[in-house]
Design a protein around this ligand. Sequence first.
Ligand code: BJW
Ligand code: ZN
Length: 232
Amino acid sequence: MRIVALTGAGISAESGVPTFRGAAGLWRDNRPEDLATPSAFNRDPKLVWEFYSWRRELVSRCKPNDAHNLLAEIELDAGGLQIITQNVDGLHQKAGNQNVIELHGSLWKLKCTNCDHKWSSDDVPLPELPPTCPACGGLARPDVVWFGESLDPEILRQATVLAAEARIMLVIGTSALVYPAASLPRIAKENRARIVEINPQETPISNLADEIFREPATSGVRKWWQHFENSN
Ligand code: BJW
Ligand code: ZN
């Protein structure tokens, strides 16, 4: 069926995970250039790790919500739902989705700044801050994509192909301000996908949308699915 869901922080908001932008967003009190750039990490790795360690603890207490759970059911039912997420929280996988592309990495993965070794850890709290590499003892960093860093080219290639081949692209809970993720709905539209936006706020991709649910993800995904099932 080739349904692709491009998700952002808004899909996890109702699970209690803060978004980035907006009144209660992480970037209201924290400047991204102090916490989510390579130069911030070079300047003060411990400060950056404290931010990520706090988020790991917060997310470890959060559960997938009805929007995550329904997308997991749809993956089984419709046999062809693919998630492309900008989120690093792992909640899509926790809900049971198997086909998840993480564009911006994961809070639950680390990589070594010295030897590039990558590993997973769900330890909360981490035993040492900043953590060190089990292979070489070098300084570890979160395996996430910071501003000014390139996305993994293979992951971006896969996401671009999926966007180009989508019949329907659901764009859920993203401000669509961060590139290259924000270019995926346009790629889908240019290849004749139907674009469905689920977001309480208007975004720069709203003008591409064929259908809009101006509401939170939990009710929006449910209404879209009811509507979709009734019309197919
Ligand atoms: C709800 C809801 C509910 C609320 N239900 N919805 C082209 C043009 C201009 C700039 C660039 C460009 N290409 C590259 C750039 C630079 C930059 C960029 O895009 N800057 C813009 C901000 C201008 N991009 C990059 O640097 C990227 N790298 C790159 O392109 O490499 C090439 C390069 C190399 C060298 C130099 C320059 C380029 C990398 C971007 C990485 C982004 N990283 C972060 C942090 C990840 C790790 C972490 O989590 O700490 O990713 S930043 C942050 O933003 C995070 C998110 O994934 C990302 C997107 O945010 P998202 O998910 O959309 O969240 P919000 O908070 O913005 O929006 C929430 C939405 O939910 C809102 O719309 C609400 O209304 C809604 N909502 N409640 C549904 N209940
Ligand atoms: Zn190492």
